[in-house]
Structures are given as structure tokens and as C-alpha cells.
Ligand binder design. Sequence first.
Ligand code: G3P
Ligand code: CA
Length: 325
Amino acid sequence: SPAFAQSTPDSNKIVVAHRGASGYLPEHTLPAKAMAYAMKPDYIEQDVVMTKDNRLVVLHDHFLDRVTNVAQIFPSRAREDGRFYAIDFTLAEIKQLSVTEGFNIKDGKQVQGFPERYPIWKSDFKVPTFEEEIEMIQGLNKTLGYDIGIYPEIKAPWFHRHEGKDISTAVLKVLKEYGYTDKASKVYLQTFDFDELKRIHDELMPAMDMDVKLVQLLAYTDWNETMVYNGKGQAQPYNYDWMFVKGGMEEVAKYADGIGPWKPMVVSDQSTKGNIKLTGLVKAAHQHGMQVHPYTFRADTGRIPAYANNFNDMLDIFYNTANVD
Ligand code: G3P
Ligand code: CA
């Protein structure tokens, strides 16, 4: 989330505030979303997972331990793999937790992403519900006269299904309740799971008299291990290859309005992972009438130069000078 994006009058491009203003405040907290709103993006993103009592909360992971103090507050509630799954906690319990800057375990130690700000365990941001966040965005839209949209991602549908929960139906119910019902609604609904997005399009939305815009997310294949549940709380490889064979794009175009590739899939990128650009991906998507919404733009990574400290500069560089086919 680079500094102070402007709104984008050019309708060919949209700006999505990824996890809110997550470069400045702990991701997916309401302060991060309010700050994102003030930057006037076109859409604000929500990653959505489910609680034990079937509430939807805005959280990137389907476990709580990367960004909250859950291990301190509920030390005995981890599963065998040591993780604290949101689905094992009620909303009331999750509301007792403090959200901090994300951290990872490196060499057995907690390493915080941004150690200089909001030191771990000292801040008291909360996990919002999906509804709380929509109400804030819609309230600001009414107050300020903007029409900033939402961009929810259904996280880990396979995991929720395994736990006996239909997260997609729950998300669609909330969207309908808040007036996001058709393609004119200011919403894109996204997920990495091909089968689930197709089910949303073919079965769930028609049954609920809904037809919102859908985006098929594409992951870098090295991340596949995070995609599919193996029944033990762990994950297994997920096969994206079919997408890139003849006819794959046509299949996606039957149910999706756009694809969401990782940025290096559409821009030659030698920075961290080598060149994984999928030649022809953008053109093929456009030929099939689909939009392309790459993620994620950051001022300090990839091929976006450091001088591009404004989002429009970054978009110009991306579209005009980067090797986008
Ligand atoms: O919108 C796509 C993007 O959000 C997917 O990445 O891991 O940040 O949810 P992630
Ligand atoms: Ca996301």
C-alpha cells in the first residue's frame, strides 16, 4: 500500500487497497481500512475467514497466531500443529485478542515485519467482522459522497468445508444483506479455489438471485502448499496447471469476470523468484473478455522503482514501461 494513492479517473485501471493501508497500520484492522479509505482507492480488500459460531471476520490467515496475541490469551487452544485456528474460537473470544504487526517464526524466534512500529503485544487493534468493515466503508461513502467498493477474498474454502462450514454461502448472504447483488454493485468477490469460484457462479449465486463480479486468483506455484487441506491442518499441493493449457482460459471465462495473477506473472521479474512471467496471460484474459487485476504492488519490492512513491506513478510504470503483453 504505497503512499497516498489518488482516485483513478481512467476507468481502465482500478486501485485496490490490499489489506487496507497495510504499509502503515496493522493489516485488516479498521484503522488500516479507514486510512486506506482516506487514500481514495477504488476498492478496499477484505480477506474473510469464519469463526466457531459462524461469524465472518476479516483476517488474512485462517489461523490467528501470525497477527494476534492468541497464544498468550488462550495458550491451551492450539491444534497439534501448534497453530490457533480462527474456526476454533467464537467471535467473542476473538474480540478479546489484540492485533499487532504480523510476524513469522525464523530460526525459532518471533520476527516481526515492522519491529519499529506498534511493537508486538503493545498495541490493541482488534479483528473486525466483515459486517463492521462494510458498515464503516458504506458509512464513509454516505458521509463523503464517494463510492469506494469492497473486494472480499474467501480464504481457504477447502479448509472451511472440511470443518463443516460453507464460507462462500455465508459471504454471499452478507453481500446480499448490504446490497451487493449484481454486476453493477461495487464489489469483486475473489478466491484462489477454482472449483469454489465456479460453484459460486454456477450454483450459489443463481440460488440466491445474485450475480456479482468474480475474480479468479492465481498463485505462484511455489505457494501451492498453502492451498489445499490434507485433513491434518496442514496443506498439500494444488494443481493450477490446467489453467495454462489450451482451453483453460476459456473455462475460467465461463464463470469469472477477471483473473488476479501475482504481479511477477505478468511483468518480467528477476528480483526474488526469477522470471515467472506467463507470456500471453494478459492478452489471453482480455481476448476472453476478462479483466486482469494483478497483486501486489509495493514501493519497496519487485521492479517498481523506489521513486514511484505515488500509486499513479506505479501504475503508469506498470502499464507503460514494464514488459506487459
Ligand atoms: O487480491 C489478491 C491477493 O489478496 C492475494 O494475496 O495472500 O495477500 O491474500 P493475499
Ligand atoms: Ca487477499
